[in-house]
Design a protein around this ligand. Structure first.
Ligand SMILES: NC(=O)c1ccc[n+]([C@@H]2O[C@H](COP(=O)([O-])OP(=O)(O)OC[C@H]3O[C@@H](n4cnc5c(N)ncnc54)[C@H](O)[C@@H]3O)[C@@H](O)[C@H]2O)c1
Length: 486
């Protein structure tokens, strides 16, 4: 009887259950669709085959590649400087040491910042005062002048791209401090505008011009490390003493709102040059992880009165190239650590390391004859002896450094690398040569911020890196600094 009752009752219960089940299912599916639609609406990427993919807009008609682009040579490079806080005044100063340069205009939010540069840099050197532009939109008037060739941008990150785009649309070349852009969308924006206007758009990645990095690039190009298969770079710099000095708190404010490696270019730029990125290889995928924010949150709580901080104290990103090579990039601007950009190259025949100890491990066979009297002295389980290191640094000193080292050290700017960067920019513009760092470098190195944030947000999911060259990354064979003697 019990069984019968159950049998009688069960269909009824199932009937009710079926409707309930369908109803519930409908509710869950529509709720999921709703939330996933909302999710889609707020995300600018899709997940395809377990990887995050950002859209890559097609090149518009009439727009052509800027690879190896060279503009008409300029006799004098007339510059408008925008952003004269902690970084900008030194740029104006360095340029006064370079022949064929004229500081035409200065622009900042604060008139006192402009006055300091007029007095301490231009007047102090007996140079004419520059035209002045004050206020958040004043850069437009500067860009509209017809006696400026180059707009040099040293503002906070948030306004780099609007200014650069406006300048290019008004016929100016642009040089932008690092990182050039804060999002993938901004990267495409300046790539497109540069391709449309045929204006140079260079990111001012000064670490590519550091003495050790340039010497290692030269050694790599001369085969001393064999095939370079892995590179490491970083920005590890405790910014605690600097946070209060960024104009309107722009930097802490940006980091409070953005996860990911928001300042990857110092570590990445020099490695990309060694690995011939978009000159025979390309960065294809990255994965990124981040710690929670402890110190970032603490300082933001104290100074901004907020309870959240998106940027983890320590962010680690791994990148894989089309050829399968790997790059490790770290970002930590919060914890008490000695300054460190890592800069490490691992090759099949040798290794270079900049921090915390500068040196090499090499197989003696690759060294020029006579550099090591007895090759057996080189034990490639450890560092080459100091005298061999010194001989290498002299023998492989990059030809550009050989030319300009003394003056670079005299003018300074991070030990001279900033001067070499400006010197090369002006040299290329005056000789009508392709720049050392093109618009695609600017995009590839700057896009790491948003890409790594997307990976972190998805528990370290791989992210496909956009190809800003739109398929042209293998057309140029090998990285090269242009020379008027080529
Ligand atoms: N390559 C390097 O080694 C290095 C070192 C330091 C800073 N930087 C970069 O330099 C840039 C500036 O950094 P900083 O430390 O000088 O910051 P900062 O806050 O000291 O200076 C930014 C300046 O830009 C001005 N500014 C902001 N918006 C403006 C606008 N709309 N028009 C005109 N001026 C405007 C501000 O008034 C301020 O004087 C950043 O991109 C930073 O990442 C690079």
């Amino acid at each position: 009887m019990v069984t019968l009752r159950l049998e009688i009752i069960r269909p009824k219960a199932m009937k009710i259950g079926r409707y309930t089940l369908f109803g519930l299912l409908f509710l869950v599916v529509s709720m999921y669709c709703c939330t996933s639609n909302n999710k889609e609406e707020t995300k600018n990427y899709k997940i395809i085959d377990n990887a995050i993919v950002f859209s890559e807009p097609e090149r518009a008609e009439g727009q052509t590649s800027m690879l190896q682009f060279a503009a008409e040579p300029l006799d004098t490079v007339r510059i408008g400087f925008i952003g004269l806080g902690m970084r900008g005044p030194d740029a104006v100063n360095r340029m006064t040491y370079i022949d064929g340069v004229k500081a035409v205009a200065l622009c900042d939010l604060l008139p006192e910042n402009i006055e300091k540069v007029q007095k301490n840099v231009l007047e102090a050197k007996g140079l004419p005062r520059a035209a002045e532009y004050v206020g958040p939109e004043a850069y437009k008037e500067l860009c509209e002048r017809d006696d400026i060739d180059l707009v040099y941008i040293c503002t906070g990150w948030q306004v780099h791209v609007p200014i650069a785009v406006y300048a290019m649309q008004h016929g100016k070349h642009v040089a932008i401090e690092v990182p050039a852009a804060t999002s993938i969308e901004e990267c495409w924006q300046f790539v497109d505008v540069s391709e449309q206007t045929r204006s140079h758009c260079m990111m001012l990645e000064n670490c590519c011009y550091d003495f050790f990095e340039m010497t290692c690039l030269n050694m790599a190009q001369n085969g001393l490390f064999g095939e370079v298969i892995h590179g490491e770079g970083a920005y590890i710099h405790n910014l605690e003493p600097f946070w209060p000095y960024y104009q309107d708190n722009w930097r802490l404010d940006f980091n409070q709102k953005h996860g990911g490696d928001v300042y990857a270019t110092h570590g990445l730029g020099p490695i990309c040059q060694v690995l011939d990125i978009h000159r025979g290889d390309r960065m294809e995928y990255l994965v990124s992880m981040s710690t929670p924010s402890y110190n970032g949150l603490k300082i933001a709580k104290e100074t901004m009165g907020v309870d959240t901080f998106a940027n983890g104290d320590m962010t680690t990103t791994m990148i894989q190239t089309h050829k399968g090579k790997t790059i490790l990039i770290e970002h930590d601007v919060y914890t008490p650590r000695p300054y460190n950009r890592l800069y490490q190259l691992t090759g099949t025949e040798g290794w270079a390391n900049k921090y915390m100890r500068e040196g090499f491990t090499l197989k003696g066979d690759n060294l020029p004859e006579g550099m090591v009297p007895d090759n057996e002295v080189l034990d490639y389980h450890t560092w080459v002896p100091e005298n061999v290191k010194d001989s290498l640094l002299t023998a492989y000193k990059h030809p550009i450094i050989v030319d300009i080292e003394e003056k670079a050290k005299e003018v300074g700017g991070h030990g001279g690398m900033d001067f070499i960067m400006d010197y090369r920019l002006i040299y290329c513009l005056r000789n009508g040569l392709p720049l050392d760092e093109d618009v695609y470098d600017a995009a590839e190195w700057s896009c790491i911020g948003e890409l790594s944030a997307a990976s972190i947000e998805n528990h370290g999911m791989p992210v496909r890196m956009p190809d800003f060259t739109r398929g042209d990354w293998d057309k140029v064979k090998g990285y090269k600094h242009a020379s008027k003697y080529d």
